[in-house]
Design a protein around this ligand. Structure first.
Ligand SMILES: Nc1ncnc2c1ncn2[C@@H]1O[C@H](COP(=O)(O)OP(=O)(O)O)[C@@H](O)[C@H]1O
Ligand SMILES: [Mg+2]
Length: 383
């Protein structure tokens, strides 16, 4: 009989009568480094210290893992201060199963074991955080973590693979064309050919990016090639999508406890205002004051219910765990089209995911506790 599938560690924490140790991992190598630091500041302030012991670990922009002070102040993103991970004490979770130890390597001191890590909460977006790579490392280490596993994280990071999963599940997606790196380098004219059938405008996007980085709206076929080259700077695999005319609405999904079904939130809506942006681009997301989040969105109840139902279906089809934000277009002619799933959605208190859950009955500290609790319920080892 194999015992490798048993959640023994969760029981051990209770047996030992100590608080679970939660490692908050943030920063990272992607373009969202500063945003991630700012999210960590919020989580450090809000996490329930009566329930959890906390160890902050920063991933520097060059990829080094560093032990951080348990202090939100320097991590706060303001107009005057762009935070980043700095430090000189390396902190590593060795990628071998069994001990789940956090090893620290202070300068001029021998390495030592700092603590056992019970749960990792990765507050990382994009490549090397949200894409299954970090999750793979934690699987090797038999360490529990908040959010989706390797496969769902990797597939939902790749907009081309994501659409294959959605289509197979019978979920509504728009028309699109994928251009791989080799297709583009082999014969540009042949790669461009099927795009004509999509009409204009189209959206050109890197397959594996986020925050609208590299996403370009093209209204004139003459601009298509330049837009593809621009997207290729973020990822050599590119998607071209027919433009969808509609409202952008988003639903938060939380995994169910035990064998329960996932839970879906109230629906939020993104409205881009002013005439500086033709869509929800990077500047509208982070820099200008031109994006408005409305929650709950003003929608007929039947439409909101359908979005919730289909969001759970998408969450399950993708094999997501923990949390996900499912993003939709509600078209001017009344249809729902699935845009994407984010397995680690924006998580500051003013981000859409925490806001829609606040409307649905989980304030920010309770949402953090719920996510950690879901992660602790998980099995480790072969599943
Ligand atoms: N097919 C489309 N039709 C209309 N707008 C789109 C389409 N695809 C993307 N957009 C716009 O571009 C934004 C970013 O695209 P998205 O696919 O969500 O990329 P990211 O992963 O970077 O958020 C969307 O929020 C939306 O405003
Ligand atoms: Mg998006």
């Amino acid at each position: 009989m194999s015992t490798s599938n048993q959640p023994e560690k969760a029981e051990k924490i209770e047996d030992a009568g100590r608080k679970p140790v939660v490692a908050i991992v943030f920063g990272g190598r992607s373009s969202e480094h500063a945003v991630s630091c700012s999210t960590a500041a919020s989580v450090l302030r809000a996490i329930d210290r009566d329930r959890f012991d906390v160890v902050p670990i920063g991933i520097a922009q060059d990829g080094r893992w560093l032990l951080m002070a348990d202090d939100p102040e320097p991590l706060q993103l303001t107009a005057e201060h762009t935070p980043s991970v700095q430090g000189d004490t390396t902190a590593l979770i060795p990628a071998d199963p069994g001990n789940r130890e956090l090893m620290v390597f202070p300068p001029d001191e021998p390495p030592r074991r700092l603590t056992t890590v019970d749960v990792v909460f990765p507050l990382l977006h994009g490549p090397f955080g949200e894409d299954g790579t970090l999750q793979g490392m934690l699987e090797l280490a038999d360490t529990r973590y908040v959010g989706s596993g390797v496969a769902a994280s990797a597939v939902m990071m790749d907009k081309a693979l994501m659409k294959v999963v959605f289509t197979a599940a019978g979920l509504p997606v728009g028309r699109y064309v994928v251009i791989t790196d080799k297709e583009w380098r082999r014969d540009k004219a042949a790669a461009l050919d099927p795009i004509a059938a999509l009409g204009m405008p189209v959206f050109v996007k890197p397959a594996r990016a986020g925050s609208s980085v590299g996403v370009v709206r093209v209204d004139d076929p003459a601009d298509l090639e330049a837009a593809i080259e621009q997207a290729r700077e973020s990822d050599p695999k590119v998607l071209v999508e027919a433009a969808i005319d509609g409202r952008e609405v988003e639903c938060g999904v939380l995994e169910g406890r035990g064998a329960d079904r996932p839970r879906a939130s109230e629906i939020g809506e993104i409205t881009v205002t002013g005439d500086r942006h033709t869509f929800y681009d990077f500047e509208a997301k982070y820099l200008d004051d031109d994006a408005q989040l409305t929650c709950p969105a003003d929608l007929p109840k039947s439409v909101a219910d359908e979005i919730r139902e289909l969001s759970i279906k998408a969450f399950d089809a993708a094999g997501c765990e923990g949390l996900a934000r499912v993003d939709w277009f509600y078209t001017t002619d009344g249809r729902l089209m699935l845009n994407e799933i984010n397995t680690m959605p924006g998580f500051t208190p003013s981000s859409m995911f925490p806001r829609i859950w606040a409307e649905t009955g989980f304030d920010y500290p309770s949402l953090i506790t719920e996510l950690i609790t879901l992660a602790m319920e998980r099995r480790t080892g072969l599943r």
